[in-house]
Design a protein around this ligand. Structure first.
Ligand code: ADP
Ligand code: MG
Length: 735
């Protein structure tokens, strides 16, 4: 039987890592059935498959599979002191057990202790239970009491027969995240033995620097493990439940430290890779592409755009690959900043590639950049999956020969067949839409050799610079954690002359009024988006809904041209509809979420989103960003169907109250958690399981500084720490 060697309660405030030892305490009683003993370091296949569902692949993972909460079975509560809804354990004798039919068929058993009577009620039960619960037996019962039909009762409590004086468990009972077929008893047993073995093998030592632990008053790793897996009866259940106990903070810090070490290491690794130096060649003379482009732009750059353009220019002039994330709310003007960077690459004799996640967006970038840059003599290749084979081959050939200086396209850009003569810069728009692997593929296309034969080619491992753009503003804590391997630039200002979009929430029973508004807007020469509901289960259903909406609106809006665009259209058909809309030959565009990102038609000033309650918050924000791009006052109508669920109501409320992308992002993060919020960037990477980015900001900062110090000092603990926390899962981090 495992025993604990040390007890970690709060450390003394002095921060000295004093270790209090206590008499060995017995581990909590496990269930009756004995699981097969797991092979050392591995699990029996059946259990192994279930553990894998919980993300547990080896015994080390098991040790870090920490309890969700605790139940206190170390004490017996007298029945007359039970509090509604508060977990408790009661011990008493059975005075009766019978099947009752009111208010519902159930097995009801009365247990009495010296202070009162508790009713146990089972709605699902076996006949054999009735026999077990015989009068006179002594039971230990635990669960959440409530005041029921007869008085104090527990529904489906856990119970077992005991003899008077049977010892109580010495520590709180941990409740682990579990899965079907793998219950608490088994998990507890496996965990206890994994910890005992690791302790014997001396594997629970410190992997974080002692100074950091002392400064933050954190207990040792081993103490923290013991506190969390086997907390003593006196432990503060509140601090454990809220995860504010020093033992929890220890685990959170370690987890954050692993993340920081891994990302900062990726950052440092990049500093020894080579990249082409994209220095402005002829800025002074004013005849560089950059100078001519800046001069030809029909608007002045905002201060924020100028600032981020300079930050990017600095990176491009360094001989190491840039990995910069350019954040800016929808409509803040990221495209032109990317175009400026592309000009620098082209000026230096390199190629630039501009990749967008959807064909509609890529096409739009192509049109815009061609309009800006072709008059200045830039040769552009356009590559999308749906192009005719011949066109695709021609585009690829122009990139391979170096004849084309700028490539614009979808993920078709980084397929094997496409090679670049000398790629200097890859721009990835709406980066959160791409998988890690896709971005890796694009940068894996080496930068090739500088036309001069000098500079970059002297370094063996030459990578293109990478500029990632995202309209999902990332709250500071997220940037400090998940994006610690990137440099971040923020455009925090919209171009002048924009009027904020007014958002209205309208029940879809008032659809007629909305149709009137559409007529008015189009009558005034403006244009309208109508976004169809998201039907996640089926693309076919989604399509049918869009087609029906299109037909209904065409009928109701006689005299106006209504267009339809959705994901199943061929790309030239999509392009045709978008071109019609951009030219105001179509006034009302019925669309699925294919228009969600990037689409830019400034004359569109009214958007209607049908079944807005089905959309996610950042999706609604992106959609809304399609309007408010021109001078006209814009309105976004969120049509919803009552009744609204709690989260849907919360989302719509946020949309109604703010147009600030940062506020939206913060609320979205709070509603969804970082895993979903970040989307695919983190696929394959270890997520933060324990740390809470809102509550644990001090730990985030401490972990960042600590990782920095460890890497600078070449601390060998860094490897040990990463092995413990990330195992083999590090591969995808830092792409
Ligand atoms: P996003 O950041 O959402 O990608 P875009 O790059 O599509 O935004 O820019 C939105 C619109 O604003 C485009 O029509 C663009 O030409 C225009 N724009 C960009 N910068 C400025 C500026 N400084 N002044 C005026 N209009 C601008
Ligand atoms: Mg954009």
């Amino acid at each position: 039987m495992a025993t604990r060697s040390a007890v970690a309660k709060a450390l003394p405030k002095s921060g000295r890592a004093a270790v209090k030892t206590a008499a060995p305490a017995k581990r909590p009683a496990a269930g009756k059935k004995k699981p097969e003993a797991p092979a050392p370091g591995d699990f029996a296949p059946v259990v192994g498959a279930k553990l894998a569902k919980l993300g547990i692949h080896n015994r080390a993972d098991l040790i870090l599979h920490l309890p969700l909460r605790y139940e206190d079975e170390t004490r017996i509560t007298p029945i007359d002191q039970l509090a509604d809804g508060v977990f408790a354990q009661v011990e008493g004798g059975v005075i009766s057990a019978e099947i009752m039919y009111r208010p519902k068929r159930s097995l009801v058993c009365q247990v009495r202790d010296g202070s009162g009577v508790l009713y146990l009620r089972f709605l699902n039960f076996y006949g054999s239970q009735l026999k077990q619960l015989q009068e006179g037996r002594r039971l230990r019962v635990s669960g959440e009491p409530r005041t029921g039909f007869f008085g104090a009762e527990m529904i489906h409590p856990r119970y077992r027969e005991v003899q008077e004086g049977d010892p109580l468990p010495a520590s709180l009972t941990p409740v682990y995240p579990a899965t079907a077929g793998l219950g608490q008893a088994t998990l507890r047993k496996l965990t206890v033995s994994a910890i005992a073995d690791a302790r014997r093998a001396g594997q629970l030592g410190e992997t974080a620097p002692a100074e950091a632990s002392a400064r933050l008053h954190l207990p040792s790793f081993e103490q923290a493990l013991d506190t969390l897996h086997f907390p003593l009866p006196g432990a503060s259940t509140a601090a454990l439940a809220e995860r504010s106990d020093p033992a929890w903070r220890r685990m959170k810090f370690d987890e954050l430290l692993a993340q920081q070490l891994s990302l900062q290491r990726a950052y440092r690794a990049r500093r020894v890779q080579g990249a082409p130096v994209l220095a402005g060649v002829a800025d002074a003379k004013g005849d560089s592409l950059l100078a001519r482009f800046t001069h030809a732009l029909p608007f002045a750059l905002t201060k924020a755009q100028q600032r981020v353009a300079l930050e990017i220019a600095d990176d491009l002039q360094s001989p190491h690959p840039m990995r910069r994330l350019l954040q800016g709310d929808v409509g803040s003007g990221k495209t032109v900043v990317a175009a400026l960077a592309a000009c620098r690459a082209i000026d230096a004799g390199y190629q630039a590639a501009f990749m967008a996640p959807t064909e509609i967006l890529a096409e739009q970038h192509f049109r815009k950049l061609a309009q800006w840059l072709e008059p200045l003599g830039v040769r552009i290749a356009w590559l999308a999956g749906s192009l005719k084979k011949r066109d695709k081959e021609a585009g690829a050939a122009a990139l391979a020969s170096g004849e084309a200086q700028l490539a614009i396209g979808t993920h078709a850009l980084f397929q094997d067949k496409v090679s670049f003569a000398r790629l200097g810069l890859a721009v990835i728009d709406e980066q959160h839409r791409f998988g890690v692997g896709q971005r890796l593929a694009l940068t894996a296309k080496g930068a090739g050799v500088a036309p001069s034969g000098k500079g970059a080619d002297a370094i063996a491992d030459v990578r293109p610079h990478q500029l990632m753009m995202s309209a999902t503003p990332i709250p500071r804590t997220l940037a400090m954690t998940y994006y610690a391997d990137l440099d971040v630039s923020v455009i925090d200002e919209l171009p002048p002359g924009r009027t904020p979009v007014v958002t209205k929430l309208i029940a879809d029973t008032r659809r007629d009024e909305v149709i009137e508004r559409i007529r008015d807007a189009c009558g005034a020469g403006l244009q309208v988006y109508w976004v169809c509901p998201l039907i996640e289960e089926s693309e076919t259903l989604q399509l049918r809904a869009a087609e029906e909406t299109y037909e209904r609106l065409s009928e109701m809006l006689q005299g106006l041209n209504v267009g339809l665009v959705h994901g199943r259209l061929k790309s030239d058909e999509k392009a045709e509809v978008m071109a019609q809309f951009a030219a105001n030959r179509v006034q009302v565009l019925v669309a699925t979420t294919v228009i969600e990102v990037g689409v830019d038609v400034p004359n569109a000033s009214l958007m209607v989103v049908e079944h807005a309650e089905r959309f996610g918050l950042s999706q609604l924000h992106q959609l809304r960003g399609r309007v408010g791009r021109g001078a006209a006052e814009s309105v976004c109508i969120l049509l919803y169907q009552a009744p609204l669920g709690e989260t849907a109501r919360a989302r719509l409320k946020v949309m109604f109250e703010t147009t600030d992308g940062f506020v939206v992002a913060r609320e979205d993060l709070a509603l969804r958690g970082p895993g979903e919020f970040l989307g695919r960037r983190q696929s394959g990477a270890a997520m933060l399981r324990f740390a809470d980015l809102e509550l644990d900001l001090d730990l985030v900062e401490a972990a960042r500084d600590c990782a920095q110090a460890m890497l600078t000092a070449n601390d060998p603990l860094a490897d040990a720490h990463l092995r413990r926390w990330l195992g083999g899962r590090e591969a995808f981090l830092g792409v």
